[in-house]
Design a protein around this ligand. Structure first.
Ligand code: ADP
Ligand code: GN1
Ligand code: MG
Length: 361
């Protein structure tokens, strides 16, 4: 677990960045599970996002920050408007992050007049988030992939996630396994089905692309007034990967009818209207998808949802060391919503496939 962020840590860290004015406030911001985010305001009213990078998750911060710099530079050089991509604020010594006694820190310009949603307010919002993620992938089509570092090895390698899951069950450090047998059984019974995309990647049947790998709705900003797609954020996991997983992770989060940690599972279903809206936005803004990728979009949603549920359960069994939690049992609750979503997708499988067929170009 990382140490709490103190006033001292913030004051010390803020001095390392080249800001135009004096800082007047610095307050916790956003709802991410990995980094710690602060909203910084200076005396001229200019705003910034300060983040302490989770070095337990991202072991090689140089590599991570080089990726972000390369990707944001590339997007800026390829017609992205100012608010269309993140912009890093350099440190006083010209680097893109600073390491001190309190951790590793980076800063971005705050994207003004934007909104970041935890749940879509309408199908149109969700459509716009699909446009943002689809455009992002399309724009990175010619990115020199060999320059990208792998920030988390095997991040969406589902068979490897099963390996880590089995290891956690074997360790069972807190004796929690006995309470989660139905969840374990559900996950194990899906192994063959949900590992299929990784196998198809290895067989060359699904192409490897530059993907975002964490396409939750709260990793995209929409314009505050028009609600049009604006900017993709949280670029820590931009790596080679599968387009169907970027599609699927958005469905997992944004097409769910309840929050990721909802305890009343009767509220958790997958909205077919949201599914259609996202599919439409994604296929329209990402016209290069192959026939096989289009055929496998629903599978991408099922696999990434099951995989995410398995990751939450692995972390619950291990003692909640990876995903930030605000209450006991939250990772188990998160796991249960994901498994409920998978079951719901399977009940609506023919509808999902029909919608993809109707929306593909
Ligand atoms: P995490 O990895 O913890 O999810 P994010 O990079 O997604 O961290 O940032 C957390 C939240 O901070 C986002 O969901 C968003 O609300 C906000 N945010 C991050 N960067 C910016 C930015 N440049 N401008 C405006 N809001 C931002
Ligand atoms: C984490 O950082 P954040 O909150 O956007 C996680 C994703 C999970 C997601 C589940 C680097 O995303 O992989 O899908 O939580 N990011 C990392 O909500 O592990
Ligand atoms: Mg995030």
């Amino acid at each position: 677990m990382s140490a709490p962020i103190t006033q001292d840590a913030l004051l010390h860290t803020l001095r390392s960045f080249c800001l135009e004015g004096d800082v007047v406030s610095c307050t916790p911001y956003g709802g991410g599970h990995i980094n710690s985010t602060q909203l910084v305001t200076d005396d001229a009213g200019k705003r910034y996002i300060l983040q302490r990078i989770n070095t337990h998750v991202f072991r090689d911060v140089d590599a991570l920050m080089e990726n972000i710099q390369l990707v944001t530079d590339f997007l800026q050089g390829h017609g992205c408007e100012t608010r269309g991509t993140l912009t890093l604020v350099p440190t006083c010594s010209g680097k893109y992050y600073v390491e001190n006694d309190y951790g590793c820190w980076r800063m971005y310009h705050f994207v003004e007049d934007s909104i970041c949603l935890q749940a879509p307010e309408s199908d149109d919002d969700f459509y716009e988030s699909a446009v943002a993620f689809g455009r992002f992938q399309q724009a990175l089509k010619n990115f020199p992939v060999e320059k990208l570092h792998t920030t988390i090895p095997n991040f969406h390698n589902t068979p490897d996630r099963y390996r880590l899951f089995r290891e956690a069950i074997e360790r069972d450090p807190l004796g929690r396994v006995k309470d989660v047998q139905p969840e374990i059984d559900f996950i194990l019974s899906h192994e063959e089905t949900v590992c299929r995309p990784q196998h198809m990647l290895e067989e060359g049947r699904l192409p490897e692309r530059v993907t975002h790998n964490d396409t939750k709705l709260n990793n995209v900003l929409l314009d505050a007034e028009s609600h049009k797609a604006l900017c993709v954020i949280d670029l820590d996991t931009v790596m080679p990967g599968l387009s169907i997983f970027d599609f699927g992770d958005s469905i997992r989060f944004g097409a769910a009818t309840a929050a990721e940690d909802e305890r009343d599972l009767s509220l958790v279903t997958m909205s077919l209207d949201r599914f259609r809206a996202f599919t439409r936005g994604f296929v329209r803004s990402c016209p290069d998808l192959t026939e096989t990728e289009l055929d496998m979009l629903s599978d991408g949603a099922r696999t990434i949802t099951l995989e995410c549920g398995m990751r939450f359960l692995t972390d619950y069994i291990d003692g909640d060391c990876y995903f930030a939690t605000q209450r006991p049992g939250q990772n188990l609750d998160r796991c249960r919503t994901q498994l409920k979503l998978v079951a719901d997708m399977e009940n609506r499988w023919s509808d999902m496939q029909r919608i993809v067929k109707e929306e593909r170009l």
